[in-house]
Design a protein around this ligand. Structure first.
Ligand code: ZN
Length: 201
């Protein structure tokens, strides 16, 4: 049986302490953003200065809100490039970054700089693309992070634990914004069966 990992083990940051990087990653519909918001809200209650950034490309619901699929929301700043995070984040204790798979590899250096300057950096994003290939730059972010949490969805075919994002649309762009109209969370078996059926016709 699958046991939900204990996310509560990650310590809260204290002022003037060392920084670190946390990555929250998984398929679509796995609760990444909900987990990011939960950690940010806990820090905010502790009076830490929190800022959230997201790539300007992700405008699914609202320009300045990070909104999870269950509609919990938190104010965020959309930025065009990862480097745009450094200046506004300079006086924060905790920096949240959502949908990090839409940034280029520059986000890795940005995360390291922020953590080196004493900040707690929490990054959420898709670990794999729709072809089940590592989503750059999430793979590098996982490598440099102190803490990595994989969130899991429920397979929309069979109800098992899902780690894959299956695309219902035939487009071959890596980035295709959409929700349940285009994507399904699937377990390994149902993902592979779907991809095999697709390649046969
Ligand atoms: Zn399945």
């Amino acid at each position: 049986m699958f046991i939900e990992p204990n996310f509560g083990k990650i310590p809260a940051v204290r002022k003037n302490e060392t920084g670190w990087i946390e990555v929250i990653c998984g398929s679509m519909f796995s609760g990444k953003t909900e987990e990011l918001i939960r950690r940010l809200n806990r820090a905010r209650i502790a009076n830490l200065k929190v800022e959230i950034f997201k790539p300007a490309i992700d405008k699914r619901y609202h320009d300045t809100m990070v909104v999870s699929h269950d509609k919990k929301e938190i104010r965020s700043t959309p930025v065009d490039f990862a480097n745009d995070i450094l200046l506004p984040a300079s006086d924060c204790d905790l920096v949240g970054i959502d949908e990090a798979q839409f940034f280029d590899n520059e986000i890795v250096d940005v995360a390291i700089k922020l953590a080196n300057s004493g900040k707690r950096v929490i990054i959420a994003g898709l670990d794999m693309d729709y072809l089940a290939k590592p989503f750059i730059p999430m793979n590098d972010l996982m490598a440099v992070a102190e803490f990595v949490t994989k969130t899991h969805a429920i397979c929309m075919k069979c109800g098992s634990i899902a780690s894959y994002t299956y695309r219902l649309d035939d487009s071959d762009q890596q980035v295709l914004l959409g929700e349940k109209n285009i994507y399904e969370a699937r377990c390994r078996r149902c993902y592979n069966e779907g991809m095999k059926a697709r390649s046969n016709h």
